[in-house]
Design a protein around this ligand. Structure first.
Ligand SMILES: [Zn+2]
Ligand SMILES: [Zn+2]
Ligand SMILES: [Zn+2]
Ligand SMILES: [Zn+2]
Ligand SMILES: [Zn+2]
Ligand SMILES: [Zn+2]
Length: 238
């Protein structure tokens, strides 16, 4: 007969906040800023020099460092000042910060373009405080309810077919509706409800159509659209 169901809405997910992008770049910068050295060859102290770009050297001669030209040294490698450039945009690093990665030198902008975490929705770089959902990164502001577009970061939400919905929309769209008041039965806060055949009622809406007493936990009789208590049913028969 009457049944109480309440366990089907416990698939709540919560968001984890994750900081991505900027930190990694900052770390990379800090680690290397003090080890790239721009210097000028002191006359008379000419040592061994070979520009790291080799055949691609911008001066045309990788092993010459004319007096008055600066060289850049980073770890074990050396470049002409103007050869020490970003591997993507080819702009000399100069006094800017750079990020080395696997033997390549990147300017901060190109590094970010290439390696920073991107939002799965807008494809723009996430510099701080993104959220992950299904292991994909999102901007907080891009992680929104599939239906009403309100931000879900820090909110409780429910997903359906891998799409996130705010509690209100989920209720409106997918929840069972109460036969008496026609409002969704959302299950938020453990709402109890009654199901009978293919009809559902909020506990508070489940009362006798005739005397209005609650039928929760009691027997009842269906009288076409109505549900009535056994007492009222007896009255009706008399
Ligand atoms: Zn060079
Ligand atoms: Zn660049
Ligand atoms: Zn985004
Ligand atoms: Zn919504
Ligand atoms: Zn109701
Ligand atoms: Zn009654």
């Amino acid at each position: 007969m009457a049944g109480v169901l309440s366990s089907q809405f416990d698939k709540k997910l919560s968001l984890k906040t994750k900081t991505v992008g900027e930190d990694r770049i900052k770390r990379a910068k800090e680690k290397n800023e003090d080890v790239a050295i721009l210097s000028m060859e002191v006359p008379g102290e000419k040592g061994y020099f070979k520009c790291c770009l080799g055949d691609d050297c911008r001066t045309g001669d990788a092993s010459s460092l004319p007096l008055g030209t600066k060289k850049m040294e980073y770890k074990t490698r050396q470049w002409h000042e103007k050869c020490f450039c970003c591997c993507v945009c080819k702009v000399p690093i100069g006094t800017q910060s750079f990020i080395p990665r696997e033997q390549e030198i990147y300017c901060a902008k190109c590094y970010e373009e290439k390696f920073a975490t991107r939002c799965i929705k807008c494809n723009k770089v996430i510099t701080s405080g993104g959220v992950t959902y299904k292991n994909e990164p999102w901007h907080r502001e891009c992680f929104t309810c599939t239906h009403c577009s309100k931000s879900l970061a820090g909110e409780r939400f429910t997903s359906r077919d891998d799409k996130p919905y705010c509690a209100e929309c989920f209720g409106e769209l997918f929840a069972k509706r109460c036969f008496a008041c026609n409002k969704p039965i959302t299950g938020i806060g453990g709402t109890k409800f009654i199901s009978f055949e293919d009809r559902h009622w909020h506990n508070d809406c489940f009362f006798c159509a005739s005397c209005r007493t609650s039928l929760v936990g009691r027997g009842f009789i269906t009288d076409q659209e109505d549900i009535i208590c056994p007492d009222c049913a007896k009255q009706k028969l008399l």
